[in-house]
Design a protein around this ligand. Sequence first.
Ligand code: HSE
Length: 434
Amino acid sequence: MSMHKDTLCIGIFGLGTVGSGILSILSQNEEVIFQRLGKRVYVKTICIRDLSKRRLFNLEGVRVTDDPSVILNDPEIDIVVEVMGGENPAFSYIKAALENKKYVVTANKEVISKHKQLFFECAKQNGVDVYFEASVGGGIPIIRSLKVGYAANKIQSFFGILNGTTNYILTKMDEEKQAFESVLAEAQALGFAELDPTMDVSGMDVAYKLTILAAAAFKINVGIDDIFYEGIENIHLEDILYARQFGYVIKLLAIGKRLSDQKVCLKVHPTMVPIGHPLAAVRNEFNALFVNGNALGESMLYGKGAGSLPTASAVVADIIDIGFDTALQNSRRNLEIEFLQENLVPVDQLSSKFYLRLSVADMVGVLEKVTAVFGRHKVSVANLIQRENDRGLAELVIVTHEVAESNMNHALGELRNLFEVQSIQAVIRVGLDE
Ligand code: HSE
């Protein structure tokens, strides 16, 4: 790394939505960036998969190649920016860049979630650093806030709305009373949701992001297979309407909490958030992270979690930050070299309030049987609504007091086996404090 040059020389892998956003920001804000950094940012080379794809913008002065080694082996390039997405070949490009003593900036949650330890160690060995602000919450400076802004705090807990697609779907279902499938189709038509939205709606996208936040906030090294995650596929319009009646909105949350005795909980699931909570006001494609620090108390970061310019905003901020760091000789701000051995508590050892919606036979004694199951498993009912429908069935909507997850699982198992219970339509966790 050339410490005293008056330019930062960049090579970029990928020229899709985020890559083109980077070029726009570097051109549009060139003077602002120069004033702030005291150096020019020069994009020397861009590596793309398919050279025949037509580009809509001016790439004058930039070498475009499909050969990764042109970037990886160029001694003049200081920073490699990876905005291709997916695990491979991004993994090998990032690793090779670090081994060649190049700083790395990536927007790729999957590759960071899976390979963070290897990258951090490789960066340390080579005297460089890897920056990944854009991988969580798009343009919102979440990682930098956790590492620097909240650095004086012990972070007790955080709750994130970290997926724009699912937040958009839940918002439209709530506000326009549309069913899941029709909002998803609308979001796809608007180019919002991916044509294959599985990663988003299954909660996997948020799970990747949560593992990255766990490293930044708690110094814990986990992968998505270590944490419980559940998506929004089973959220029905009825549940959103009942949630409103009970004073909640349903949000897909990434939750990280310190429990007692060095124990930590990390999980992703739809949650009924009280209507007055700041997270309940996060609408449409917006993202937010609500953080509890032991000095600051409660605070919230809010903004656009996806899209060309918002995501590129975080990438360019990382490039500028590297420019600051290299002037000061390597702060290695981002590297978690010594992960802590905290104990991750499995979800069945946690407890929560639950919302349940059951379809039951409309006949004498049903309620008694259901409450007997609850009694056996220490499930205490806080609210109950019963509604007949026209098919000889009744809908039972129940909000419980706090109950151990394992007790609730046993109770649900018994309910499923009751002749009078036709189906369990919804099981949603309620509230933020467990
Ligand atoms: N699919 C993601 C979202 C993009 O909808 O938020 C950002 O990771």
